[in-house]
Design a protein around this ligand. Structure first.
Ligand SMILES: NC(=O)c1ccc[n+]([C@@H]2O[C@H](COP(=O)([O-])OP(=O)(O)OC[C@H]3O[C@@H](n4cnc5c(N)ncnc54)[C@H](OP(=O)(O)O)[C@@H]3O)[C@@H](O)[C@H]2O)c1
Length: 338
């Protein structure tokens, strides 16, 4: 079978380099183009790729990508920028897996409210599929445009889905307390992420205003079939990578830890990248992998506490993007990832 020709947009960033490494060991994918505003060999931008991929970055040119036979493009660009390029690819029959937030929120007014800028590709927003395979499975297979999910939202959505699907918790006031390593902010420098600023430091940010809030609520409301609201508080921790979320929910009926663990295991049966554990997940157990580790606890007073850990750059971005690619092009979901 011919390999699927792949283009990557925004090649100098963190998600792009992880994506390239996964695709280089994928038997069904061939990277034919990498775009960047920098006229550099990819190995000069990412020395870890030295000797592994002989490709020079090029400016974004949708006609050229089409002429090269690219069947799919992975967008590793910032939000706002993505929606400038993606319509041009879709018009040329190139399917897209967009890692930015541009196509995740179904309602452009919600996008405008949280991202403080207007959405100007409503036509493609209308058919984009949210690329969380464990929840939206089959819908991804035939999608022309997949909105790859955010890093924090995956921990919250997959951490809570078995509970909201079975109406076992109250659907308002769920607390999602999350911590992320600094690579979550990307490679583009900013003062907050300068080493002396973030090393040996631990702080919350965007309290009550983080843009992943509506994304979490949209997906959980889909699972519940009714509105779900969360209080989401992200923190920056002095690690390179990894996300850990501690989620607090109030049960609507008496529950036991063993019963909920069984429920989680059956909910995620056949989903190779969600591991339901009985101990305490930790970011290091998931580093460099596409696994999202979960554990569910019942504590004094009857509250349910869900623990979720993932690698923000793999499961949170490039790994799940390849999981989506596998579904879209008929490969086993695990190809290149296990
Ligand atoms: N980091 C994470 O953990 C994570 C997780 C999930 C999703 N995401 C999302 O994935 C996307 C990529 O994230 P990242 O962490 O890889 O970011 P990044 O390291 O900052 O890389 C983004 C790349 O986009 C290009 N770029 C920046 N501004 C641009 C502009 N105005 N026009 C064209 N190209 C531009 C840059 O490449 P050139 O300078 O070479 O042109 C840059 O290297 C973002 O939308 C992010 O929100 C990130």
């Amino acid at each position: 079978m011919d390999k699927v020709k792949v283009a990557i947009l925004g090649g100098s960033g963190y998600t792009a380099v992880e994506l390239i490494k996964i695709l280089l060991r994928h038997p069904g994918a061939e990277i034919v183009a990498i775009t960047s505003r920098q006229d550099e060999h990819i190995a000069d931008l990412h020395p870890s790729l030295f000797g592994r991929l002989d490709l020079r970055c090029e400016l974004f040119d949708p006609d050229k990508l089409q002429a090269m036979g690219a069947r799919v493009a992975f967008g590793c660009l910032p939000h706002g920028t993505s929606m400038e390029s993606i319509p041009l690819l879709l018009d040329r029959g190139i399917r897209v897996i967009d890692l930015s937030a541009d196509y995740r929120l179904r309602d452009s007014r919600v996008y405008q409210e949280w991202y403080k800028e207007s959405h100007h590709d409503a036509a493609n927003l209308a058919h984009a599929v949210y690329g969380l395979p464990e929840i939206y499975g089959d819908r991804i297979d035939s999608a022309k445009l997949v909105a790859n999910p955010g890093c924090y939202p995956q921990t919250a959505i997959l951490g809570l889905a078995p509970l909201v699907a079975n109406e076992l918790i109250e659907l308002t006031g769920i607390v999602v307390d999350s911590k992320s390593g600094v690579s979550g902010a990307g490679r583009t420098p900013k003062l907050t992420y300068h080493y002396p600023e973030c090393n040996e430091n631990f702080a919350a940010y965007a309290v009550g205003t983080h843009r992943h809030t509506p994304e979490i609520e949209q997906a959980l409301s889909d699972v519940a079939g009714k509105p779900v609201s969360v209080v989401f508080t992200p923190h920056l921790v002095p690690m390179d990578r990894g996300i850990f979320s501690t989620i607090y929910a109030t049960p609507t009926q008496p529950v036991t830890e063993a019963g909920l663990t069984d429920l989680y295991r059956s909910y995620y049966a056949g989903k190779p990248f969600v591991r339901v554990r009985t101990g305490f997940p930790a970011t290091k157990d998931t580093t460099g992998t596409n696994f999202l580790d979960l554990a569910v606890k019942v504590v004094r007073g009857g509250k349910v506490v869900v623990l979720a850990a993932e690698d923000n750059l793999i499961r949170g971005a490039s790994g799940v993007a390849v999981q989506n690619f596998n579904r879209m092009f008929g490969f086993d979901e695990r190809t290149g990832l296990l």
